[in-house]
Design a protein around this ligand. Structure first.
Ligand code: NDP
Length: 491
């Protein structure tokens, strides 16, 4: 049977004209050079050359899935967000998981935080919660973010990640001690995206119908149980199956084994914030559960794979500035920077109409703006007027702010955040260390020492500063790490 006999659709050019021959370039005579009139050849090669868009500078490597968020508790005392307004209410979501430092083709099984970026397609617009698998972060001010990431990425001269740069920066940034302890502990290499928790990490604002506001932190606790890889297991897996996380997520959903997370929030009444023992807007700190117990509010399930990874995962965009009525930002200085940086990254990577793509546009409502045109504008607004105010029945503002106004005082300036009674950069790193089992402490020390020992022999000062931060977190932690690093550097 020939291909023709199968009654298959005709292959066409991008303009829809039938393709006569997709096997042989048109040439001048048999065995001669190609002809410029063979536009199929040039169209295919030119399109292929442009198939990649700039990868994300961070979180380049990811996998995603659609699913459902279901409300399981009454949260109306704290927020008026419509998608959270009644028990049993369901909202479609898209979740993109990622590693942070690696490039697009990097292996999944590496020691690195994991991104946990969630888009709720609500009837009041898309709400994006751009979280991680850890409740804290390395730094607390967005102005340090480009410097921090430069130390994690490739050195301008060597073209590789350099232990000197990583430990120099962390040693000089004591606020990183908590997150670094987390990263080099057992949860630093999750076995898969399904076997880890997600955290909103930042503090956000919720506002209820009465106008009162609260500070809130989100937790997504895996129902699959926490599972991690040791460094040795990860080293093997990264070589044998670089796509391990991506494959695990896709195949579990294909088999109907839908991963889920129990969603919890910690709620802080607004009046508590000023006097709380820690700065509640410091991204390097958690709110201890004893102070603000997690309250279960929902269940997140992933149940549908994307059909096209490029269209739906690579081009999916998230912005922590995508709020809905009843939810807003906090003064967390890392969050404030991200409110700008995420949407800006996507305007550059995907283009000004990124929010029009199927994975990014609202699914439960429609966007009604007066923005128009730009690269790849699809003409969706037709003849509608593109300005406001207008007297042609165009969309109008509500007059009601999405979130509560908060009081500010003092002078503008490059201020250090307000200090609270128990604030320091080490206290919670020490708490986390002491929470680890003896076996986990041993693995933590070995993981840290193995990396610190790679610092150049003539930069003992970098090693000293790095170890000193862990010593300040916990004397036993520092002493054991110091001994392990010295032992390795003798070899
Ligand atoms: P709590 O006892 O109230 O909370 C302990 C938390 O630590 C639990 O959420 C638990 O998560 C998590 N945890 C348990 N074992 C590990 C581990 N090996 N690695 C990382 N996390 C672990 O204590 P605190 O609230 O005072 O927090 C103590 C430390 O726990 C903090 O310094 C922080 O690093 C870490 N932590 C705190 C969280 C918070 O929101 N308060 C959230 C997650 C971690 P699980 O139930 O999933 O086992």
């Amino acid at each position: 049977m020939t291909i023709q006999d199968e009654q298959r659709p005709t292959l066409t050019t991008e303009a829809g004209a039938p393709v006569a021959d997709n096997q042989n370039t048109e040439t001048a005579g048999v065995g001669g050079p190609a002809l410029i009139q063979d536009q199929l050849l040039f169209e295919k090669l030119a399109h292929f050359n442009r198939e990649r868009i700039p990868e994300r500078v961070v979180h380049a490597r990811g996998a995603g899935a659609y699913g459902t968020f279901t409300v399981t508790a009454d949260v109306t005392p704290w927020t008026r967000a419509a998608f959270l307004s009644e028990v049993g209410r369901q909202t479609e979501v898209f979740l993109r998981f990622s590693t942070v430092a690696g490039n697009l083709g990097a292996a999944d099984a590496v020691r690195d935080p994991r991104g946990f970026a969630l888009k709720f397609y609500t009837e009041e617009g898309n709400y994006d919660l751009v979280g991680n698998n850890t409740p804290v972060f390395f730094i607390k001010d967005a102005v340090k973010f480009p410097d921090f990431i430069h130390t994690q990425k490739r050195d301008p001269y060597s073209g590789s990640q350099e232990a000197d740069n990583v430990w120099d920066f962390w040693g000089l940034s004591p606020e990183a001690t908590h997150q670094v302890t987390w990263l080099f502990g057992d949860r630093g290499i999750p076995a898969s995206y399904r076997h880890m928790n997600g955290y909103g990490s930042h503090t956000y604002q919720w506002q209820n119908e009465a106008g009162e506001h609260f500070w809130v932190k989100y937790h997504f606790k895996t129902d699959q149980g926490i599972r991690n890889l040791t460094q040795a297991e990860a080293n093997t897996l990264a070589g044998e199956d670089p796509d391990s996380h991506q494959r695990d997520l896709r195949s579990s959903i294909e088999q109907g084994d839908f991963p889920s997370w129990t969603v919890q929030v910690q709620i802080m009444p607004a009046a508590d914030a000023a006097q709380y023992r820690f700065n509640p807007f410091d991204l390097t700190k958690v709110w201890p559960h004893a102070d603000y117990p997690p309250i279960e509010i929902g269940r997140l399930e992933l149940n549908r794979n994307p059909d096209n990874v490029f269209a739906e995962v690579e081009q999916s965009v998230f912005s922590p500035a995508h709020f809905v009525p009843g939810i807003g930002p906090s003064p967390d200085k890392m969050l404030q920077g991200r409110l700008f940086a995420y949407a800006d990254a996507h305007r550059y990577r995907v283009g000004i109409n990124a929010d029009h793509l199927p994975v990014n546009r609202p699914h439960a409502t429609e966007a009604r703006t007066n923005s128009r045109d730009g690269h790849l504008y699809d003409g969706r607004h037709g003849r509608q007027k593109n300005y406001e105010p207008n007297s042609f029945g165009g969309p109008v503002q509500t007059g009601r702010p999405l979130w509560a106004a908060t009081a500010v005082d003092g002078l503008t300036g490059n201020h250090v955040a307000p200090s609270h009674a128990e604030d320091d950069d080490f206290v919670q790193a020490g708490t986390l260390y002491r929470l680890f089992s003896e076996e986990e402490k041993q693995r933590l020390i070995a993981n840290l020492a193995g990396f610190i020992a790679k610092v150049s022999a003539d930069r003992e000062d970098i090693v000293e500063r790095a170890v000193d931060n862990f010593r300040k977190a916990d004397a036993d932690y520092g002493q054991r790490l110091d001994a392990a690093v010295r032992e390795l550097r003798k070899q």
